[in-house]
Each structure stands twice: as structure tokens, then as C-alpha cells.
Design a protein around this ligand. Structure first.
Ligand SMILES: Cc1cc2nc3c(=O)[nH]c(=O)nc-3n(C[C@H](O)[C@H](O)[C@H](O)COP(=O)(O)OP(=O)(O)OC[C@H]3O[C@@H](n4cnc5c(N)ncnc54)[C@H](O)[C@@H]3O)c2cc1C
Length: 430
């Protein structure tokens, strides 16, 4: 029987493990955290089980739907008409459909026409190879004009990527635009989804299936080193000093960790992994007694508000009855001063930002707040990013390595992690 060790029990590692046990392999899944789920894991927010980081589903997330069906959860998806808006110059303006575009007060008619056309064509395009050499800024300025870039995009990209903002690739942004743009009921109505019970439902079902089929899961036990002999993988040593023998190893941990984990890889490859830039996230999650806006997603463009937006998750999934659930993601390079702010400082600033959007919100509306932190939250993918990536199937026989940037130009997403995890398992099972 093929022995496969999988590193990381996020969506990719869980999907790989589930596929491998289903195909008859002997599987051990090794996870550093005490809970499975990775970026998709839940926490408890005043009695509500909710994602540490917001998670919505789009209609194109086919690998997730197929997996839910396979796990006996064919009816787990819920679809909701949702909306987004821009908060700009003191006002909240709906965005994302033709009527909102016509009514938007802060763009000229030419800019509205150009950006409407560019976004429409982007949702229709299947392949972005023709813009692969461009940055997001160049693509937007060529397609929609400088006014659109300056008004709608510059601050959002700046507050997420900071010094990397002008290096983000056009096809990565275009793929994001397309994924959301295609998740619609009609041209006038966006429709997003969630899994009933949240992403934990999928994590629990995967864990259950893996263990029911004989797979082992070691939680709270980080992998320390991938062991090799004569150019072949032989197993994994954990931080607890335990050696697990393997014919194949599939690593799904963030690739910046690879040079330490697999020092036996060729120098040139190690340098490639080390060169993959990631930004971190401190994601403030608030439960409030009062709704902030009617929108799921609000982009904020205001020099005095130091966040790029809020996600009012309860406008998608009303997980806490009448209470609002709001995420305030602070993406940033970990060299930024805010990275070392305390939870209390981030929560206080988030509340102040929310109160700028809806002045009726006060500290008295806060039921509970938590902060989720991730050092490797978002790879920074520049133009021609694929040319810089090492291959998933490494020169060490039996060793496959990937993380969320290996499905570029798609952005991080559960569906893509599931697809790639399954693909790696199928390759290992031959
Ligand atoms: C703020 C935020 C919002 C998001 N929103 C959405 C969304 O709306 N919709 C969507 O589909 N996706 C969203 N995503 C992305 C989605 O969560 C990810 O694409 C997906 O969960 C990634 O799964 P993964 O298994 O590839 O990686 P991860 O979840 O990062 O899993 C990697 C695992 O490796 C473990 N690990 C690290 N080091 C070691 C070690 N040494 N040994 C063993 N294990 C180790 C980690 O603990 C982790 O569990 C979001 C992500 C973030 C951060």
C-alpha cells in the first residue's frame, strides 16, 4: 500500500488526504495547529461558531460543490443576493451593477463608461494570457483610465499591498474580478454563497471521512523536516522527534517555510521558494448589536480612514440572529508598525472606522471582538508570476509542494486549494 504523508490540514491538505485515503493509500496528515482547517478554521464568537477569516463562495467554485456532494452534503450550499458599495467622501454608494454605476457620483461619464466596459469584458474573458506581462495598475489605467485607478483602486491596493502595490499582476486582479463578476443571478444582482454552518462544515466532513477510511491525523505536531535518501523522499520528522515513513510527501504549508523544512532541495529551488513574498493579515472580527450597512462588502476610500473596507458577513450569513458580524481585514507586510499592535488597539481602531461609515455605531454596540492573525496570508503575485514558481512535482522523487500561490492566476480560495490538493493526491496514488 502506498504510504503518503501530507503536511498541513487546511483545505488543500484535507482534500489531498481525503482523496488519497479514498484511492486506497495509507495516509497520515500532520498539522502544526491544534485544530484542522488552516485559513478556513472557525472560532467561537460569543457563542457563535464562525470563520476566523470571512469566507464566501462564488458560483464558479465547482471543486467545492463536487466535494460537498461526495461527502454526502449535496444541499449544504446557501445562495444569497448580496451587494457591495464604496464609502467615499462621507457617503455610501452602491457599486457593482449598471444602475449603481450610472448613479455613482464620483466619476466622470467617460470613466464610468470605460470601467463598466472593462469589467463587463473581464467577466466574459476565459484567458488572461494577453495581459500577463502587465501590472494591475497598468491594466486598469489602459482599460478604464487613470481617473478610475486613482478614484477606485489606488487606495485599496495601497492599503493591502503597501510597497508591493505597483507590482501586483493584472491577470491576478482580473481573475478576482471575473470570479465575483460571474457570481450573479442577473446582470443587476450579485449572488454569493456560504456553506451551511460555515467552512467548518466542510472541514468536519473531511476529517470524518479521512478517519473513517483509516487515515491518521496528527494535530498540534508541526513537521520539522522532510527526510530524503538518494534523491527520494523517505518520510517526515515532526517537531516532537517522531519519524513517519512515506513513499510520497505532499506539502501544503506556506512555501516560505519550505527552505527550512526541505533543506535537501537544490539551492536554486530553495532560492525560488524564499523569493515568494507574502503579506500578513490581522483580521478583526466584531459582533455588534446594530447593523452597519445593508451591504456585504464596503470598500473604503478615504485618506482619514486607515482601512480599505469592511465585510459585513451577517448580510450574507445571518449567523448571530439580529446581531451584525463584521470583519475588518488589515492586510499588510509584517514590517508595518500595525503588525505589532495589540488586539485591543486594532479593535479600537476598527470600531472607530466603522463609526465613520455609520455614526450610529458606538462602543456600546460591541458584543465581542476577536483578532485572527496570519503571517503568510496572501502571496504577492507579480506579472509573469508562473515563471518564478518552482514545479509542484519537485526533483526529489515522491515530493510534491504547493500552497495557495500555485494556482495563480486564481486568488487564494477553498475551491482551488481543494482542486490542487486532490490533483496532488491522485498523482501520488499513481
Ligand atoms: C482573510 C482571508 C479571507 C479569505 N476569504 C476567502 C473567501 O471568501 N473564499 C474563499 O474561498 N477563500 C478565502 N480565503 C482563502 C482560503 O481560506 C484559502 O485559499 C484556503 O483555506 C487555503 O487552504 P490551504 O490548505 O491551501 O492553506 P492553509 O489553510 O494555509 O493551510 C496550511 C496549513 O499548514 C499548516 N502548517 C504550517 N506549518 C506547518 C508545519 N511545519 N507542519 C504542519 N503543518 C503546518 C498551517 O497551520 C495550516 O493549517 C481567505 C483567506 C484569508 C486569509
Amino acid at each position: 500500500m502506498t504510504r503518503i504523508v501530507i503536511l498541513g490540514a487546511g483545505a488543500m491538505g484535507l482534500a489531498a488526504a481525503q482523496r488519497a485515503v479514498t484511492l486506497g493509500a495509507e495516509v497520515e496528515l500532520i498539522e502544526a495547529d491544534r485544530e484542522p482547517g488552516g485559513m478556513a478554521a472557525h472560532l467561537d464568537l460569543a457563542g457563535v461558531s464562525i470563520e476566523r477569516f470571512y469566507h464566501f463562495v462564488c458560483k464558479s467554485d465547482a471543486p467545492t460543490f463536487a466535494l460537498l456532494r461526495e461527502l454526502g452534503l449535496p444541499d449544504a450550499m446557501r445562495w444569497v443576493p448580496t451587494s457591495m458599495a464604496y464609502f467615499m467622501r462621507g457617503g455610501l454608494h452602491r457599486w457593482g451593477d449598471p444602475l449603481s454605476l450610472l448613479r455613482f457620483p464620483h466619476l466622470s461619464w467617460t470613466a464610468k463608461f470605460r470601467t463598466g466596459l472593462q469589467m463587463f469584458l473581464t467577466t466574459r474573458q476565459n484567458d488572461f494570457a494577453s495581459i500577463e506581462r502587465l501590472t494591475a495598475r497598468q491594466w486598469i489605467e489602459v482599460g478604464s483610465g487613470r481617473e478610475v485607478y486613482e478614484t477606485l483602486w489606488k487606495r485599496l491596493l495601497g492599503l493591502k499591498f503597501y510597497e508591493h502595490a505597483d507590482h501586483v499582476s493584472a491577470s491576478w486582479i482580473a481573475t478576482r474580478v471575473r470570479r465575483i463578476g460571474r457570481s450573479r443571478r442577473s446582470i443587476f444582482q450579485e449572488e454569493l454563497g456560504y456553506i451551511e454552518g460555515g467552512s467548518q462544515t466542510l472541514v468536519d466532513a473531511l476529517m470524518q471521512d479521512i478517519t473513517a477510511k483509516g487515515g491518521r491525523v496528527a494535530l498540534g505536531e508541526p513537521a520539522a523536516q522532510v527526510l530524503t535518501e538518494d534523491g527520494r523522499v523517505t518520510g517526515v520528522r515532526t517537531a516532537a522527534g517522531r519519524d513517519v515513513a512515506a513513499d510520497h510527501v505532499i506539502s501544503t504549508v506556506p512555501t516560505p517555510l519550505i527552505p527550512r523544512l526541505v533543506p535537501d532541495l537544490p539551492e536554486a529551488l530553495l532560492a525560488q521558494y524564499a523569493a515568494i513574498e507574502n503579506i500578513g493579515v490581522c483580521c478583526v472580527l466584531l459582533r455588534l448589536r446594530r447593523r452597519v450597512t445593508p451591504h456585504f462588502w464596503v470598500n473604503i476610500v478615504d485618506d482619514e480612514i486607515p482601512i480599505p473596507g469592511i465585510i459585513e458577513f451577517s448580510n450574507l450569513r445571518p449567523a448571530a440572529g439580529e446581531d451584525a458580524i463584521v470583519y475588518v481585514p488589515y492586510y499588510m507586510p509584517v514590517t508595518q508598525p500595525r503588525w505589532s499592535w495589540s488586539d485591543e488597539e486594532l479593535i479600537a481602531e476598527s470600531l472607530a472606522c466603522i463609526a465613520r461609515v455609520n455614526p450610529a455605531i458606538t462602543r456600546a454596540d460591541l458584543v465581542e471582538a476577536r483578532v485572527g492573525r496570519l503571517r503568510h496570508a496572501q502571496p504577492v503575485c507579480g506579472p509573469n508570476f508562473l515563471d518564478t514558481l518552482p514545479p509542484v512535482r519537485t526533483p526529489i522523487t515522491g515530493l510534491q509542494i504547493a500552497d495557495t500561490c500555485f494556482y495563480y492566476p486564481e486568488d487564494r480560495g477553498i475551491a482551488e486549494s481543494v482542486r490542487l490538493g486532490r490533483e496532488m493526491a491522485e498523482h501520488a496514488c499513481g
